[in-house]
Design a protein around this ligand. Structure first.
Ligand code: ZN
Length: 516
């Protein structure tokens, strides 16, 4: 194998990196030799200086490839400052390695990643690169477990997964949610009454108790906090929230969206339910832990001389005088911190459109691949069917006896069944492989809407969902975002902290495939 060493005016020195692992199912991935010869042509045509060639036959799904790590070390040392590789996904398919590559590109330690199709520069959109590194696929795989258990499928069909709200019941056979024969109409009247705005929560509780709308287990009047939750549940007008995302339900709506909006207005007027054992009326209770000692953050109420009440949050361990963290945070400040964190991972409309467009491209590509595979299987199936027909005819016209007939036909039947199953699986798989990614995009975009609407409860449950840890220290809330939200948080943060905000923001959206 020969390779080209050229001396040009360009300051870029390239390492070639080729990888092929036994796990690569995709037939389009060429052998290392084929990758190398193609890359040599690119190098020759562009007068690129190649310093060394690194090859590896390991999967990039896990971190810890020796040659890859050695290459990065040597780039850090300054032996080269650019990489030439067949495709971006040859370099990394896991978050650690992908993050390293992106970080080095951002710092300018890597000045260019050149692939067969594109050139990636430090000025390119980080998120696009992350997506093309195949990290999105990783996310899709992680979610596949979730899809398998059928919840996703159920939700796609517009069926809420969970206990039916008061006025409905869970139909055990169809596993749907149906109007309760006795309670539906009663509940409807209660909701419409409250929407009129002339009613306190306590009055509603009494009305409900009078018509027999009680706690399902306790058979007692519901606590005010539960009534408050009921009144805020969008399920009643036909949609439902799952994992922070709003879905159109197929259940019978109890009220119109208009009535629901009126109820929300009326709720603002009556305020949050007053102090009781079940719900102390603190928005951010059971939400964060102390960053200092790990104990949970509790809330307390202070009443000023004027009679106005204030909510404060603090570390539970503080009272025992064993935690350093002594600060109290007022609810308003806490709310701003929640908002700031949601903003970190909110996907602007413009990004959403771009991402959805990209997902669509992938879907088309994968559908085409899928289709050609289906066609191949179908032609295989046709061949087997013809064989079976011939054997059947042979038996019918007496040219085969029973023994011969069985011997010829029996092995073909399981083959036929296997092919049919494969075809069905592929037909099914057509639709929802990229669905989780699409939902993630929509969810991150929805988060931005909650910020502008100041929907605190939605933001709270969104952060609980998108972050594994919510820690409070010195009036600052820090969320450890799960993937791929962490990626979004990093991108947004660096865009924000940049001195020149405008040029930075537009930078993220420079075309991903800009050429030098
Ligand atoms: Zn503490």
């Amino acid at each position: 194998m020969t390779y080209v060493i050229c001396y040009t005016l360009s300051m870029r020195k390239y390492f070639i990196y080729c990888r092929k692992s036994s796990e690569d199912e995709d037939r389009q991935i060429r052998s290392i030799d084929a990758q190398l010869s193609e890359l040599n042509i690119i190098a020759e045509q562009n007068g690129m200086t190649i310093v060394e060639i690194f090859t590896e036959s390991k999967s990039a799904k896990e971190a810890g490839r020796e040659r890859f790590n050695e290459m990065l070390r040597r780039i850090e040392r300054g032996d080269a400052n650019a990489i030439l590789s067949w495709k971006l996904d040859r370099l990394a398919r896991n978050f650690d390695d992908g993050g390293k590559i992106i970080g080095m590109l951002q710092r300018g330690v890597i000045q260019e990643i050149r692939t067969f199709e594109k050139s990636y520069l430090p000025s390119d959109n980080v998120l696009t690169i992350a997506v093309e590194l195949g990290m999105a696929n990783q996310y899709v795989r992680d979610l596949s477990v979730y899809i398998q258990n059928g919840i996703r499928e159920k939700i796609r069909r517009g069926i809420f997964c969970g206990k039916a709200p008061l006025g409905y019941y869970n139909e055990p056979r169809l596993r749907t949610i149906e109007p309760h024969p006795q309670h539906f109409k009663k509940m409807k009247r209660i909701l419409e009454h409250f929407a009129g705005g002339q009613c306190s929560l306590t009055a509603i509780r009494n009305k409900m108790a009078n018509v027999g709308l009680l706690g399902t287990r306790s058979r007692k009047p519901l606590p005010l906090s539960s009534i408050d939750n009921l009144l805020r549940n969008p399920f009643y007008y036909g949609v439902f929230v799952h994992k922070g995302e709003l879905h159109q339900g197929t259940h019978v709506p109890m009220i119109t969206k208009k009535t629901f909006d009126e109820i929300q207005q009326a709720l603002v007027a009556v305020g949050r339910p007053r102090h009781n054992r079940d719900d102390k009326g603190f928005t951010f209770l059971h939400f964060a832990t102390c960053d200092c000692c790990g104990y949970s953050i509790t809330a307390e109420r202070h009443t000023k001389k004027s009679g106005r009440r204030y909510h404060y949050y603090r570390c539970t361990r503080k009272s025992k005088q064993r935690c350093e963290e002594r600060t109290f945070i007022p609810e308003e400040k806490f709310a701003q911190e929640v908002k700031r964190n949601v903003e970190l991972v909110a996907l602007p409309d413009e990004w959403k459109e771009r991402f959805l467009a990209r997902v669509e491209t992938w879907e088309t590509e994968s559908a085409e691949r899928n289709q050609s595979q289906i066609e191949r299987l179908k032609s295989d199936l046709a061949v087997i069917k013809v064989k079976i027909d011939r054997i059947n005819n042979g038996f019918a016209d007496g040219s085969l006896d029973v023994q011969e007939f069985k011997e010829l036909k029996n092995p073909l039947v399981p083959q036929k069944v296997a092919l049919e199953h494969q075809i069905i699986a592929l037909e099914r798989g057509k639709i929802n492989r990229l669905e989780p990614l699409r939902n993630w995009i929509l969810q991150a975009n929805q988060a931005g809407k909650w910020v502008s609407d100041e929907s605190w409860l939605e933001m709270k449950s969104f952060l609980t969902d998108a972050g594994s840890n919510r820690r409070l220290r010195a009036q600052t809330l820090t969320v450890s975002f799960k993937k791929p939200f962490d990626l979004l948080a990093e991108t947004n943060e660096s865009a924000r902290s940049a001195p020149d905000d405008f040029s930075q923001t537009s930078k993220w959206w420079s075309p991903g495939g800009s050429n030098p």
